[in-house]
Design a binder for this molecule. Structure first.
Ligand SMILES: [Ca+2]
Ligand SMILES: [Ca+2]
Length: 364
């Protein structure tokens, strides 16, 4: 059976998506058979019309002008593709023969210059990057600053964490304040395009692993005492909380690699006692990872003993924690031999708020 050819024509004015500096009319045309389109044009003696298929070369099509419209009949076969871009009266400084994405001119991390590369791996780091500066340029056209995105592990940085140093239309410095970064592997990605219709896009990545040094618990592991408020019925073993194994593969999280609280209303907690008091300023919790899901609690606190009770020195914040492998809570340094990770009532994972399910606890 033969499927009849479908003529699908979509003309979308995307001028609003382009930088205001690019004052051309741009249409995206999708058609798999020859079609006639007739976008409106301003009366002009210098009408310029360009069209190309995605990945093809720009061509100047035959056209006629009638009743304030330019009539064109693009043939997807001749242009080499069914997704076409039509540009009418591009600005004089637009270089349509631009198939190169923007480039990285330089990278500075906390003031130190690194190799200018779209794929930079910093390896293992003891200190997380604080401020990253990219020098970015496009050789052929202006940069489209509307397309600029900086992400950390696919989460976009807040607008107030980004600053721009605009050198010119084609060159900009992008400055990102990375904020708190947790232990483990991370990737920072900068994305930006040039202004040409059908944009050439740069995707520049910086990878690194923030390594854990000086976990106070591992150093004295066989003399550490662990207590919890309760245990899930088949999870009586507390040893997984301090055994140093935390890189679960997501396939399962039994009591050999995690501990879980009883699943009941009320707070849950993990109390750790060291052999002697030590200065401490952060606690990291690695969450159970099972069914390819991190069972991250929504809210936790770090507490230290105070007058026979407990004093909270750090909380996970106003927003529920998002599922990920681990979270570090940082606080003003205290010297203590005892602390606990405390989950308030209903503070467990969003799907199971009465549960606390943890793979490892570290303190530094
Ligand atoms: Ca370019
Ligand atoms: Ca463990």
């Amino acid at each position: 059976m033969r499927t009849p050819a479908l003529a699908l024509v979509v003309g979308i004015l995307i001028a609003g998506l382009l930088p205001t500096s690019l004052q051309a009319d741009v249409y995206l045309v999708t058609a798999n058979v020859p079609v006639q389109i007739s976008p409106p044009v301003q009366p002009s003696e210098t009408l310029q019309v360009f069209i190309k298929a995605k990945g093809g070369e720009w061509q100047t099509p035959d056209y006629t002008v009638r009743d304030g419209r330019v009539i064109i009949s693009p043939d997807p076969k001749k242009l080499g593709g069914s997704e076409m871009i039509l540009v009418i009266n591009p600005p004089a400084d637009l270089n349509l023969n631009d198939s190169n994405p923007p480039i990285i001119l330089g990278i500075k991390i906390d003031g130190v210059a690194h190799r200018a590369s779209a794929a930079l791996d910093l390896g293992k780091l003891v200190d997380a990057p604080g401020v990253i500066l990219w020098g970015v340029a496009d050789r052929e056209n202006a940069l489209d600053l509307n397309t600029l995105r900086v992400t950390l592990n696919d989460r976009q940085l807040a607008p107030d964490a980004l600053a721009l140093d605009v050198v010119g239309k084609r060159q900009v410095g992008v400055i990102a304040d990375m904020g708190d970064i947790d232990y483990g592997r991370h990737e920072v990605t900068l994305r930006i395009a040039d202004v040409i219709p059908g944009a050439n896009r740069l995707e520049a990545r910086i990878g690194f692993e923030l390594v854990d040094t000086g976990n106070l618990i591992q150093l004295v592991r066989d003399r550490v005492i662990v207590k919890t408020d309760s245990c899930f019925s088949s999870y009586p073993n507390l040893e997984p909380l301090i055994d140093g194994f935390k890189m679960l593969d997501g396939s399962g999280a039994g009591n050999d690699v995690t501990w879980a609280s009883a699943e009941m209303a009320g707070p849950h907690w993990i109390e750790i006692t060291l052999p002697e008091p030590r200065p401490m300023k952060e606690v990291t919790v690695y969450w159970a990872y099972s069914g390819q899901t991190f069972h991250t609690s929504q809210r936790v606190e770090v507490q230290v003993p105070d007058n026979g009770g407990w004093r909270t020195v750090a909380t996970s914040g106003d927003q529920p924690l998002q599922p990920q492998r681990n979270h570090t809570l940082r606080f003003d340094e205290v010297t203590t031999d005892r602390f606990r990770v405390y989950q308030p009532d209903k503070g467990g994972p969003a799907a199971r708020p009465d549960l606390m399910w943890v793979a490892e606890v570290e303190a530094r």
